[in-house]
Write a protein of this length. Sequence first.
Length: 133
Amino acid sequence: KSMTDYYLNDKGRELAKKWIKEFGIIEILDCMEISVSQYFKGPESADKAFNYTPRIAATRKKQKDNPMFGKHEYIRGILYNRGMLKDAGRLKEFLSKVCDDEMEFGLIKEVAVTCKSWTDFWFQANQIYGGDY
């Protein structure tokens, strides 16, 4: 039974087949269910809900491959929401090197929450980790 009373057209079926090849049918069905529950509000959002399916699957795959991925994204989000994220690539590289468990996550999160600027974030991080990140 359809959760939305909408069905895939030919283009939608092609995309779904591609996603199933990449992620597997169970994963795509799970992600479609998540997407519909989060993004489907009615006819105007049907495309949005459908198109978020592979994004959800890719994020879940990254989290499975690297359990700290979500924690890294959380720190990135803190800095972004505070208007301090200036170089996401640099931050990603730094987090992949030093943020590999819950203790490190808590420490870096505290720095992200309390720093006064992007420069201050790096000053504190370098003080803690003794490096030149």
